[in-house]
Design a protein. Structure first.
Length: 497
């Protein structure tokens, strides 16, 4: 018997097959098909997304031998992104990704009707253009015909679940990123729906992660190869599914999930008195396990910055070899990057200042600056920025992280992790999981199907690598952080808007 964990990420879409002992049996992926329209807006073609996932699933089914051997399936997914669909769940519009900036004007539309603070107290979100509400309002203004025909707004996993099971359903962790969800009541907010002019029926029904939505329809079985007996279980936000896959089932630990963006997440037992956390810049939501909540913040362009360096300074050539060369160059640079400082705000700045119009900055060039200094400065800058986030979260919540667990593509970059351990002055734990996000989704599918009884033990079987801090370098980097990076950062805050 097998469990299938699917990941609809920002840059890659994946399907991983696991046995009931949590061992990876098969993995397949394809690049996320990001497109550009004539205006330069980014989008995904929803019909194409479904076809690509059907192709990935078919490969997993082939590996399983017989469709009925796959007992349950679940999606981890990027949050916020979504589209309008008709009564059959078929797309009427493109999918607007979370990062697409066409929806910036809709922020002011919302904030003319409700203050940021009141919205935060209801939803737990520090409001900006990425959330689903802005995308819905954009469609309402610019896709009027499609909006009138639409039966529902669906986020990416909701859309795929509808195509697979025929059921309208979403989970708490995805609903938490719409800006339409009452976080304490754990239901759609009448206040937020009202100011947007939406009916509750315009959204899928909301359930906890790990809930069985239904079974694969005969039509979907014909398209993707799964058995009609396979259970379709609600998964959740990709970073949070990765958190479960990495073994975070209770308070006290911090997740560092490094993909195109980088997310810091902390599971919480409760979220009493949200109002006092408003100025922190941190957002809150529902965790996909145990009735927990989470605090979350992040860097909008983290692994993406590494990819940018590779593309702009090392292409063309075979990517794997270029990546090795990039790391070799970075290793040849000394700590401090020969006086170079990089501020990684390519897509804006997160907590605590939350300046979405901020831009990246590099300073300290000299005739002695080498390409490797630039790469090393990027890893240092990303690590300084993560330190600022971590300190903000710890001060806001009044705790000290017992352990920092790192997952995602960036967790494979040991040089980056070493820089981060030294800059944070803390050891880092790296679970030896090929794909923590898919593993977390598979875990939720097993929970929903009743095939996993002790998820903590299921996730604890993976070995862990410890990235240790260096005492001498922690002292050096602490001085760099306090006397250079932070001072330059604060001096430039007015410039960043």
């Amino acid at each position: 018997m097998y469990l299938l964990g699917l990941d609809a990420g920002t840059t890659n879409w994946k399907a991983n097959l696991y046995d009931l002992k949590g061992r990876l049996v098969f993995s397949v992926s394809c690049p996320a098909a990001v497109k550009k329209d004539k205006a330069g807006n980014s989008y995904y073609d929803a019909g194409e997304m479904w076809k690509l996932f059907c192709g990935l699933i078919r490969q997993a089914v082939k590996k399983a031998g017989r469709p009925e051997r796959i007992k349950a399936v679940s999606f981890a997914s990027m949050a916020e992104a979504g589209c309008l669909v008709d009564e059959a769940g078929l797309p009427l519009t493109e999918i607007i990704p979370w990062f697409d900036k066409r929806t910036v004007p809709q922020v002011e539309v919302v904030l003319r009707k409700i203050s940021k603070k009141e919205l935060f107290v209801i939803t737990g979100l520090n409001f900006n253009y990425i959330f689903s509400l802005c995308k819905i309002l954009w469609f309402k203004k610019y896709r009027k015909t499609a909006f009138k025909r639409a039966a529902k707004w669906v986020c990416v996993p909701d859309y795929l679940i509808k195509r697979l099971s025929g059921v309208w359903a979403t989970d708490f962790s995805i609903a938490s990123r719409t800006a339409l969800f009452d976080l304490r009541a754990k239901k759609w907010s009448k206040k937020m729906l009202g100011l947007a002019g939406l009916k509750e029926s315009f959204l899928p029904e909301v359930f906890p992660s790990g809930t069985v939505a239904g079974r694969v329809t005969k039509k979907a079985a014909g398209e993707c190869g799964l058995s009609p007996e396979t259970k379709v279980v609600l998964g959740g936000h990709d970073h949070l599914c990765g958190s479960l896959g990495a073994g975070l089932f209770s308070e006290g630990k911090v997740l560092d999930s490094i993909g195109t963006s980088e997310t810091l997440a902390v599971p919480l037992k409760n979220i009493t008195n949200l109002k006092k956390h408003f100025k922190s810049g941190i957002s809150f939501g529902c965790y996909p396990y145990g009735g927990l909540y989470y605090a979350m913040s992040g860097l909008y362009y983290s692994g993406g910055l590494s990819e940018w360096l590779l593309r702009e300074y090392y292409a063309p050539g075979k990517k794997e070899r270029l990546y090795e060369k990039m790391l070799e160059d970075a290793k040849s640079s000394r700590p401090g990057s020969n006086g170079l400082y990089l501020f990684p705000h390519w897509l804006g700045m997160g907590a605590p200042h939350r300046k979405r119009n901020a831009r990246g900055m590099i300073t300290g060039f000299s005739p002695e600056t080498k390409r490797g200094d630039l790469v090393n400065a990027a890893y240092e800058g990303l690590s300084y920025e993560f330190r600022l986030l971590l300190e903000t979260v710890e001060q806001t919540l009044g705790f000290k992280a017992q352990e920092i667990i790192v997952i995602g593509g960036g967790a494979k970059n040991k040089l980056w992790l070493k820089r981060k351990a030294d800059i944070l002055a803390r050891n880092l734990t790296v679970p030896q999981i090929g794909e923590a996000v898919c593993f977390g989704a598979a875990l939720l599918s097993g929970l929903g199907a009743g095939l996993i009884r002790e998820p903590e033990k299921f996730a604890a079987k993976h070995k862990k690598e410890l990235i240790k801090k260096d005492k001498k370098l922690t002292a050096f980097y602490n001085k760099e952080y306090q006397e250079h990076y932070r001072k330059l950062y604060l001096l430039n805050l007015p410039y960043w808007g």
